[in-house]
Unconditional design. Sequence first.
Length: 134
Amino acid sequence: AKVTGGLTVNDAGLVVTAGGLSVVLGGATVTGGLSVETLGATITGGLTVNDAGLEVTAGGLTVTLGGAFITGGAQVTGGATINDNGLVVTNGGLTVVAGGLTVTGGATINDGGFYVTAGGLSVLAGGVQITGGL
């Protein structure tokens, strides 16, 4: 069937039982929310989420190629685990606000040296070796 001039479906809504639904021109605007019940959603060409942001309520978020680029900062609740290539901070440094810093496997500090601005330095085991004088 060919419909000219638009289509309004009242009451029961629109159910497509075979063949799927294609919007060829003009895109699709959904007001009142969108739910994908089964099989998930595949989006080619990118996804832009305005206003309310994106919330993943179960299953987590996986980015398989290209990584994730976040502008405006990120807040992580429940901790973060970084595998394989580690964490690289390219600008601004790293600040630990509370809880301190625990490094398993040792730490290497290059270029700028190591500074303790308050509280002193305690070595609990293994002693201290200083090369190059005090």
